[in-house]
Write a protein that binds this ligand. Structure first.
Ligand SMILES: Cc1ncc(COP(=O)(O)O)c(C=O)c1O
Length: 342
């Protein structure tokens, strides 16, 4: 039985063409700055995000952490979304390793409001940790895989700038947001100081992220990456997959969004309570009908029928569409989920 794995877009495996790129990669010692494939990948990421420089890091979590450590000193504060990946899913790394105080803002719509950011502008005073940074996430994973429209995004970044904050964007799925709103990455990245993009989500590479920003920022970030043990040697093997992912798999993200929309329709028709949003990308969040099964039970039953889902709580599930889920899989997944209710 073919397994349809909808838990995350991180589950994709490299296809034959990507494996050929890995095998053929020209490599050198990247800690000495001598890996030509890493240098090519960093140059491409910098170009795509409109930033002077980029740094190849092992994961999205490492990219965000390196960014926070570069922007903030011990005892300084970062404003983060309450449901953001940085706040909810990264082990408190900013506090544990950076001594950075997180202030969590309501981001249930996918982004904090300008007013919530402005409310954090406090006078210099010994009582307060100095607010240094605002972190945004786009698309916003936990809030529904939401692509924040550029005008909303820019209203918040403008408010943050007025208060003298620096800005970091967790753009693990930035290209999904760009696909949804048909804009270039710079529609978002021009307004922030740093952006982290993931290669191993919808783009389908096995590992790696890029942290992009000004030259001085990236030089300091490189120092932090080394301290965190993220200096890899012949990293071109991985970077080759990243280059392939960025060139071959960006254009097709729209197919995942179409599949997500179809899955949402079919689940709604089957009586599941789908979280509706005009900002949807490649994720569908839903709940079983009231007074029916719990989310963990539904996960268990679907697993037995070859469809993997993620329970996000007792009554919330997530299905993520990606490279390894084909249009025909959507019908089968919806049928399996509907059958698992009864
Ligand atoms: C929005 C967001 N940021 C960051 C990350 C972290 O990426 P990684 O798993 O590569 O550490 C994820 C992972 O799912 C994510 O969804």
């Amino acid at each position: 039985m073919r397994i349809i794995d909808l838990r995350s877009d991180t589950v994709t495996v490299p296809d034959a063409a990507m494996r050929r790129c890995l095998a053929a990669a020209e490599v050198g010692d990247d800690v000495f700055g001598e890996d030509p494939t890493v240098l090519r990948l960093e140059a491409l990421a910098a170009e795509l995000t409109g930033k002077p420089k980029a740094l190849f890091v092992t994961s999205g979590t490492q990219g965000n952490l390196v960014a926070l450590l570069t922007h903030c000193a011990r005892g300084e504060a970062a404003l983060v979304g309450r449901d953001s990946h940085i706040h909810y899913y990264e082990g408190g790394g900013l506090a544990v390793l950076g001594g950075i105080m997180p202030y969590a803002l309501d981001d249930s719509t996918g982004i904090p409001s300008p007013e919530a950011v402005e409310a954090q502008f406090l006078p210099a005073n010994v009582h307060y940790a100095p607010r240094r940074l605002l972190c945004l996430e786009n698309t916003h994973n936990r809030c529904g895989g939401l692509a924040v429209p550029p005008e909303r995004f820019l209203a918040v970044t403008a408010a943050a700038r007025n208060g003298g904050l620096s800005l970091h964007l967790d753009g693990a799925r930035l290209f999904n947001a760009c696909t949804r709103w048909a804009v270039a990455p710079t529609a978002y990245t021009a307004a922030v100081d740093s952006v982290q993009i993931c290669l191993s989500k919808g783009l389908g590479a096995p590992a790696g992220s890029l942290l992009c920003g000004a030259a001085e920022f990236v030089n300091t970030a490189r120092h932090w990456r080394k301290r965190l043990g993220g200096g890899l040697r012949q990293a071109g093997i991985l970077a080759a997959a990243g280059l392939d992912a960025l060139t071959r798999n960006r254009e097709r993200l729209g197919q995942d969004h179409e599949n997500a929309a179809r899955l949402a329709q079919q689940l709604t028709a089957a009586g599941l309570r789908v979280e509706e949003t005009p900002w949807r990308t490649n994720m569908v969040f839903f709940a079983p009908p009231a007074d029916s099964v719990t989310a963990p039970t539904l996960v268990e039953r679907c697993e037995a029928a070859g469809v993997r889902l993620l329970a996000m709580g007792p009554a919330r599930l997530r299905a993520v569409l990606h490279l390894d889920v084909h249009a025909a899989d959507v019908e089968r997944a919806a049928t399996v989920i509907a059958a698992a209710l009864g």
